[in-house]
Design a protein around this ligand. Structure first.
Ligand code: ADP
Ligand code: MG
Length: 321
């Protein structure tokens, strides 16, 4: 008997999407509540995106709120992707449940097959539930604890969340991750936030690209271990940045995007430093950029002499809370 998928009537993903939308409203409200000056009105940003500073008194803002706003803003960007990610297991559950009912109505019941179907239902339900948990944790910023973390799984979860977003923009996401990767000492929510920031930036860069250039639309995630550090690199085929802008993009409120908050990279660098690691970026020799996140594998000492990014003092005070 075939168990062909069909569109589910389930409402779980709608609820998830609604909670993401609600989260975005919260982010918006938070943003409005924060004490920051608006930049004076200016002409619309050019397509290539010149860097501008969005506000000037970010140092006075509550950094924990900013981290949350930034995370919720990523969630908003990912809404379509999340629906896609939840739709797949729900579709499989519905079609498997229908198949099981049909089996049970037949004269001769193949219990092994029924068991197999129920196992599939269970696995898919667990997958959907894990996605919902992951979204909820990201929205709430639940975890603040550094603990043993399967970094390979964290990369795959971030890729799963971004996949639909990339697909919708015609971007090919490639994964070149060594297996197995050693565990790291990390905060799952913050590592996810860092990976999502960098991945979404890479997709944005490819999307803006070099107009009419016909260049490939690619984002590649690579990960391996070198000298006790897990190194995760995200390489894109976008237009890159002016060399003089390379350090500025890590400053808070610096953005080239019309709707950008300019917080993703400063927060991501603070997260990397909190994990005893680094986040660096460079323009590729051919095209686009690479962002590399290095963090010590579990049990290795954190890197001494890590350069503290601007804004880290704010970040650390919020990490304590
Ligand atoms: N992969 C990339 N390619 C080119 N420019 C990038 C890339 N990632 C980030 N940037 C630049 O860095 C700026 C700051 O990024 P970020 O801090 O994440 O804020 P936002 O995404 O809200 O603009 C972006 O607006 C963009 O100009
Ligand atoms: Mg960003």
């Amino acid at each position: 008997m075939s168990r062909s998928p069909r569109i589910p009537h389930g409402t779980t993903w709608l609820l998830a999407a609604a909670s993401v939308a609600a989260g975005c409203a919260v982010a918006d409200a938070l943003w409005r509540a924060l004490p920051h000056k608006r930049a004076p009105p200016r002409a619309p940003a050019p397509r290539t995106g010149r860097l501008r500073r969005r506000g000037e008194n970010g140092a006075d803002a509550d950094y924990a709120s900013l981290m949350r706003s930034s995370r919720l803003s990523s969630m908003g960007e990912l809404a379509g992707s999340l629906a896609h990610e939840l739709d797949q297991p729900l579709t499989a559950i519905v079609s498997n449940a229908q198949a099981a009912r049909q089996y049970l109505e037949s004269d001769v019941i193949d219990m092994d097959e029924v068991r197999e179907i129920l196992k599939d239902v269970n696995d898919e339900a667990c997958r959907a539930s894990a996605t919902v948990r992951q979204i909820r944790a990201l929205i709430k910023g639940e975890s603040r604890v550094l603990g043993p973390l399967d970094i390979g799984a964290a990369i795959d979860e971030a890729l799963a969340l971004v996949r639909g977003n990339a697909l919708g923009r015609g971007i090919v996401l490639t994964r070149q991750v060594a297996s197995p990767l050693p565990r790291v000492n990390g905060d799952a929510v913050q590592i996810q936030q860092l990976l999502l920031n960098v991945l979404l930036n890479a997709c944005d860069a490819v999307d803006r690209g070099v107009p009419g250039s016909g260049t490939p639309r690619e984002v590649t995630v690579m990960a391996h271990v070198a000298e006790g550090m897990v190194q995760i690199a995200v390489r894109d085929s976008g237009a890159g940045v002016d060399p003089g802008d390379l350090e500025h993009i890590f400053e808070p409120f610096v953005t080239s995007k019309p709707q950008g908050m300019g917080l993703g990279l400063s927060i991501s660098r603070a997260i990397a430093a909190r994990h005893g690691g680094t986040l660096d970026a460079w323009n590729n020799a051919d095209r686009g950029m690479t962002f590399q996140f290095s963090l010590p594998q579990e049990g290795m000492p954190t890197r001494r002499g890590v350069r503290m990014p601007r804004g880290l003092a704010m970040a650390e005070s919020s990490f304590k809370g």
